[in-house]
Structure formats: C-alpha cells, structure tokens
Design a protein around this ligand. Structure first.
Ligand SMILES: Cc1cc2nc3c(=O)[nH]c(=O)nc-3n(C[C@H](O)[C@H](O)[C@H](O)COP(=O)(O)OP(=O)(O)OC[C@H]3O[C@@H](n4cnc5c(N)ncnc54)[C@H](O)[C@@H]3O)c2cc1C
Length: 461
C-alpha cells in the first residue's frame, strides 16, 4: 500500500467537531498541514441532524463557562461576517406548572456562579415594566442574564400562547439558534484558504510509531497517511477510532429524534423563544388505547409516567412558517448505525407522539394531533455522550493523539469552544481553566467524578 500523504495533523471526521478543530489550528495557530478525512460529505452525519439551538444554561459552572466561551466565539464570527451563521437570540423559556421553584433558582445560582454578567432577576409583579420581552431576535441587543417570571398575569401578557397552567417561566437570555451548516461552511472556506485539505476516505487502522501511519480506504483504493498528530473527531464512531490507538473511551450513543413541520395553521407565534416544558407527565389514553399499548412491548412505555423536556421553536425567522419540535426522552444505548435509516428506534409513530407531548405547553398544537401537518420531516441522530454528559476534548492518552468528541446534544453550540480547546491542546496554546475537567483527565479527579455522578441534572435536553 503506498503512502500518499504526509501531514502534520490528521483530523478524523468532518462533522462540526473536526471542522472547528481544524479551523482553529489553521486560523489561530497558523497550521497549514491539516487534513480532514471522512468518507462522507462535511457536516452530513450527526451535524446535519442538529436542532441548532444554543444556550448558556447548565447545572454546573464548568459547562456554563465552556458554552459561554463558545457563544463569545460564535458572536465573533457573526460580527465579522454580517452574521453569515444566522445567529438569533430570543433565549430559552423553561416553563413549569410548579409554584415553588426554589430548587430551580438554586440551580441557576450554581450554574451561573462564576459568570458575573449573568444576573438572575425575579419578576413577581403583574406589570411587564421591569422585564424586556424578546420582541427582537438580534443577538447584539438581547439582554444577558436570566429573567424569572413568577406572576401568572405577566406570563399571560408576554407569552399568551403557552398553557394557562404554567406558574413559572425561567427565561435564559443568552440562548437562541444558529445555522450549524453555515458555521461549518464558513470554517471550511477558512481552512481551505489557509492550506488545509480534505480527503474522502475512511480510517481503517492506525499504527503507532515515530509518526502515526494511518490506513485509509477511499472510494477506489486504500493508502497510508503519515501524521504527527491525530484528532479523533469521529462523532458516534469516536470509540472505534480511539480503539485503533488502544484507548477505551467511556462513551455511549443514545438515539434522539426531532420533527420539523410547516405550521400552515400558524399555531406557534413566530416570536416564541425556544420553549421547553420541564414537567413530567402521563398521556391521557382511552381504556381501549391503553389496552392496545400495553400489549406492544415497544410502545407500552407510553402508558407510564414520562419525563419532561418536550420543546418547540419557530424555525426560519419571523417570516417563516416552519416549527421544530424535540424531546430527548430516550435513555437506551444504541450501537451506532452507519446508515441512520437503519436505526431501529426510528419509529414512524414518533412524530405524532412528539406532537401530543408538545401540546401540553403549546395547546394550539392540538390542531395537528388528529391531523398531522402535511409537510413535515422526521429525523434523528446519536447523542454521543459520557455518563455525566460532559464532552471529551484533549489528549487521548497516546502521545500525539487527541479527541474532540462526546458532544451529546450540545455539539453545535459548543463547537467553537471545543475546536479552540482541542487546537490549544495540540499547539501548546493557552488553556482555559476548565481544560483538564473537559478532558479524560477528569476521571482521575475522584471528587469531581462523585459530584457529577450525584448531580440531579446533567443538562440533557
Ligand atoms: C436530533 C439531534 C438534535 C440536536 N440538536 C442540537 C442542538 O439543538 N444544539 C446543539 O448544540 N447540538 C445539537 N445536537 C448535537 C450535535 O448535532 C452534535 O453534538 C454534533 O453534530 C456532533 O458533531 P461531531 O462532529 O462530533 O459528529 P458528526 O457530525 O457525526 O461527525 C463525525 C464524522 O466522523 C466521520 N467518521 C466516523 N468514523 C470515521 C472513520 N473511521 N474515518 C473517517 N471519518 C469517520 C463520520 O463520517 C462523520 O462525518 C443534536 C443532535 C441530534 C442527534
């Protein structure tokens, strides 16, 4: 087998994690010998399934700092490019029927403890004077911090479309959506003009020597590539790639689904921020339906108590008509499929189930429950995650090998910080304080491991 290329850095995977790592290597550290290898088109696997939402709300200050940094970097790109990444900011609404939300407020104080700019403001008067409603979607004018709307009249005034029984709404202001595809394309152009390249091929094996000798299989032939540095950015297949250099990664893949539909009936106001229903619930079924579901082993979970988390947001701007719905309730681990259409958990019943779950917070969606929208798409992909739902970014434990992965359901929003961090590890750049906590080194910190294992929330949405 011939050796075709000699490169300094070989990035395995051209999803958003690999692209962002290559981007910061090329732009910040002036590397030009960077090769992205992937059998697929860039941004076409998990990164094509993202809801493209972002937020700085996390139960732990390390994840808050990490995503805040990523949002800073996205703002920088948006600012430099007349917002080519379509960044908007109306925030995240966390809605609950619970009257006592002391635990939720305490969680906000923990998550935001290190980021002084994120003050928490409680609005318990009926007037909206003290509260800035998210009328505009411009990220440059949106307020920072968190608003807690605790007065029923105020919630009705500002968000009349959400369910009447909602008693409290927490409005995370530094949140919104971006175009992940545009972000990836922008970075690819910069990589290309810095001399970085792409190769359409799959990495099959790695020999560790003075340099890595990597066997890749392209559409017509196999070849070897010599590289000084390897980056495992293989998304759901990061475990397979790490195993090629003898490393066993503590990650699993969990399949999650979403739908997007053309809201021709205008059920969802175009200015509604990303809105999530925090409360667990049970579906209401007739006796006949209940009996039918209980006999189907794959569907009987629908008659059990279910977790909260169904969420909804308008897609495509104020003049658009599409809406996205999601609900990351699945906890079963999958063996990742190369062809997402083969994932057994992709069930045709899901869109209707999700629509029904979403009516709890958005009653106007009932117009679709017996008559699903004519135009909708149902899609899904893997949350590649560690147990604690923190990413793995940094050294793999083999000299010269690094990982940018386990980005779970937050890979689009954290891609910039993840790429910048992985590039800093590789190029001996300045590392942020949280660097080792987000790397494999965290597993040597017993106190942190115990703290994360005991955490009531892992920030999974
Ligand atoms: C349904 C869903 C909704 C989501 N919503 C959001 C959201 O709203 N906000 C957010 O921030 N995040 C969201 N995410 C998460 C986000 O999409 C992912 O975290 C992110 O796309 C992961 O990017 P990646 O580059 O790690 O993986 P991928 O995009 O999967 O890229 C990995 C690449 O590696 C390649 N590869 C694998 N093995 C090899 C090999 N041996 N050789 C060469 N190449 C290889 C693959 O072909 C693939 O292209 C969502 C995810 C899903 C599934």
């Amino acid at each position: 087998m011939k050796t075709k290329e000699n490169v300094e850095v070989l990035v395995i995977g051209s999803g958003i994690a690999g692209i962002a790592t290559a981007y910061y290597l090329c732009t910040r550290y002036r590397k030009s010998s960077v090769l992205l290898v992937d059998p697929r088109a860039p941004m076409s696997f998990t990164s094509a399934q993202s809801g493209d939402n972002y937020r700085n709300w996390w139960p732990h200050p390390t994840m808050t700092d990490f995503t805040n940094h990523s949002i800073d970097l996205m703002e920088q790109i948006a600012g430099e490019t007349s917002n080519v990444i379509n960044m908007t900011r109306r925030g995240y609404l966390l809605a609950t029927r619970r009257k006592d939300i002391d635990d939720l407020i305490a969680g906000l104080h923990i998550g935001y403890q290190r980021s002084g700019k994120d003050s928490i403001r409680v609005h318990d008067a009926a007037s909206r004077l003290s509260y800035r409603a998210p009328d505009a979607d411009d990220w440059r004018t949106a307020p920072a911090g968190v608003d807690v709307l605790s007065k029923h009249e105020l919630i009705r005034q500002v968000f009349p479309s959400i369910s009447e029984d909602i008693a409290n709404v927490v409005h995370i202001r530094r949140g919104g959506d971006i175009s992940g595809q545009q972000l990836g394309q922008y970075m690819l152009e910069k990589i290309r003009s810095a001399g970085g390249k792409r190769l359409v091929a799959s990495v099959r094996s790695v020999e560790i020597g003075q340099r890595f000798s990597v066997e890749v299989e392209g559409p017509t032939a196999s070849e070897r590539i010599k590289a000084d540095v390897l980056v495992d950015a293989a998304g759901p297949f990061a475990g397979e790639v790490a195993a090629m250099v003898g490393v066993d990664l503590p990650i699993e893949n969990v399949y999650q689904q979403k739908i997007a539909f053309d809201d021709r009936k205008g059920a969802i106001p175009r200015r509604l921020p990303f809105a999530i229903d925090l409360d667990g619930f049970e579906f209401e079924w007739s006796d006949e339906e209940r009996a039918f579901l209980s006999e189907d082993a794959e569907m009987s979970w629908l008659i059990e108590p279910l977790p909260g988390g169904a969420h909804c947001r308008p897609e495509g701007g104020d003049k658009g008509t599409w809406v996205k719905l999601g609900w990351a309730f699945n906890r079963n681990v999958s063996l990742p499929q190369q062809d997402l259409a083969n994932e057994p958990l992709m069930r045709s019943e899901y869109p209707e189930i999700l629509m029904r779950a979403a009516t709890r917070l958005n009653p106007s969606l009932k117009t679709y429950t017996d008559n699903m929208p004519t135009r909708f798409s149902h899609y899904g992909g893997y949350y590649t995650m560690t147990r604690e739902n923190w990413p793995l970014i940094g050294p793999l434990g083999v000299d010269g090998a690094f990982i940018a992965g386990a980005l779970s359901g937050f890979g689009s929003m954290s891609a910039c910080a993840a790429g910048a961090l992985c590039a800093a590890w590789i190029a001996d750049g300045d590392l942020p304080e949280y660097a080792s906590q987000l790397s494999l080194a965290r597993y040597a910190d017993e106190q942190l491991v115990a703290e994360l294992a005991a955490a009531p929330s892992k920030g999974l949405l």
